[in-house]
Design a protein around this ligand. Structure first.
Ligand SMILES: [Zn+2]
Length: 416
């Protein structure tokens, strides 16, 4: 009884701490950006107009302000699902169907996922069709939005249900070591997904076309040869179907690597700049960031599963979170729901790792091409994407995978 009381209290305390922290960070970001709204930072004064700078400030603060509503909603829902008895109610109803434990688990988790997605929908709609629209970034039509939702759910079912089946089965049947088997399955599965993603999954949502012959392709090919990089093609996708934000990425691994440019990015940048952006992405590969990132993610998954295996056996874990009967699927569901409350404070660690990688990739790009082109490209991207040049340092340490604009440009200038 004591333990029950204790864990409820710990959970509530951590929830209050992480929520207050998130509100505090959002307020810091709004204050900082607003304070710097009147003037373009010196190092950007000749590159970004005051009008663009202020648009970025307004876009940033709008997003942060709007983000508080889903935050409050998220906290309320978490309480309703757990201590409020929401999961208990779902469990009780689905248990009356009298399925075997694995199928009961799949049904409970699917019902939960479906209800949560429906409850989130208003926010996704508002963010896409109101905020993005207001700042001129939205290109998603209602039709595309609905088709995406449909395709996404179908894909989630086709891929997620078999995986969930295996995991729940292992939790039920494979004894005390289940978490090691589950870890092997999840790791193998994520490698498989990375491998199939570029050729099988991404084309479900976007049209892929090989980059046309010409100067741009020649430049890119020669950069790839220079760096000794093999890829399975250079593609352009119709990112403009959904948004005017530009991007470029690599996906896949082994021989199944693809280089993908958003059509919006091709329009935004010159050949020199594109080459520099690609050199940065190649830097991530050459410096083994992808592999390091995967190693970290596999290690954290193993740790999480070990904790879950321990919690699953503890009666208090269920009862202190509003669930009456212990079960594998409730352990999994409660764990996924409650974990972020405990891990949010560690987020800066991931930012530190990611920023170190960005600096290394920038340094690599500066060796392969002229740093001034990457600077041009980045400034162009900051402007077109209305990214703020003046994020609050503390907010940024929690939320941004990339260094703040002035820090990054200064670092590149040192290499120029
Ligand atoms: Zn990068």
């Amino acid at each position: 009884m004591d333990q029950l009381h204790n864990f409820t209290l710990i959970f509530l305390t951590m929830m209050v701490i992480s929520t207050l922290l998130r509100i505090y960070l959002s307020q810091r970001q709004i204050n900082f950006v607003t304070k710097h709204r009147a003037q373009v930072p010196d190092s950007f004064a000749d590159k970004i107009s005051l009008k663009d700078h202020q648009k970025a400030a307004d876009y940033t603060t709008s997003k942060v302000r709007f983000g508080r509503l889903p935050l409050a909603y998220e906290v309320a829902l978490l309480l309703i699902w757990t201590l409020g008895g929401g999961l208990q109610w779902l469990d009780q109803n689905i248990l009356t169907l009298d399925l075997n434990p694995v199928l009961t688990g799949i049904t409970v988790i699917l019902a939960f996922t479906f209800i949560s997605a429906a409850l989130d929908l208003p926010f996704t709609i508002y963010s896409t069709f109101v905020i993005e629209e207001k700042f001129g970034f939205n290109r998603t039509t209602i039709k595309t939005f609905i088709i995406d939702m449909f395709k996404g759910s179908l894909l989630g079912l086709v891929i997620g249900v078999p995986l969930l089946y295996i995991i729940l089965w292992l939790m039920e049947q494979s004894g005390d070591q289940w978490w090691i088997y589950a870890w092997l399955v999840i790791s193998g599965f994520s490698l498989f997904m990375m491998w199939v993603y570029p050729t099988w999954i991404a084309p479900i949502f976007n049209k892929f076309e090989p980059l046309e012959e010409g100067e741009t392709l020649n430049r890119i090919t020669s950069l790839l040869t220079r760096c000794g990089f093999n890829s399975n093609g250079i593609f352009v996708i119709d990112g403009s179907k959904r948004s005017s934000h530009g991007n470029a990425y690599f996906s896949g691994f082994g021989r199944n690597k693809r280089i993908v440019f958003f059509d919006t990015l091709l329009k935004m940048l010159s050949d020199d700049e594109l080459e520099a952006v690609l050199a940065h992405e190649l830097g991530h590969f050459k410096k083994k960031h992808i592999i390091k990132g995967m190693a970290i993610s596999f290690a954290t998954t193993l740790l999480a599963l070990a904790v879950l295996a321990w919690l699953m056996k503890a009666e208090w874990f269920y009862s202190s979170l509003g669930v009456e009967h212990a079960s594998t699927y409730m352990a999994l569901l409660l764990f996924t729901l409650v974990m972020p409350v405990f891990t949010f404070i560690f987020q800066p660690l991931f930012s530190i790792f990611s920023r170190k990688n960005e600096f290394e990739a920038d340094a690599f790009a500066a060796q392969q091409t002229d740093a001034k082109y990457l600077i041009h490209a980045l400034v162009g991207l900051y402007r077109e994407n209305a990214s703020t040049l003046t994020p609050d340092p503390v907010y940024s340490a929690f939320y941004d995978s990339h260094p703040p604009a002035p820090v990054r440009i200064a670092h590149l200038n040192a290499h120029a």
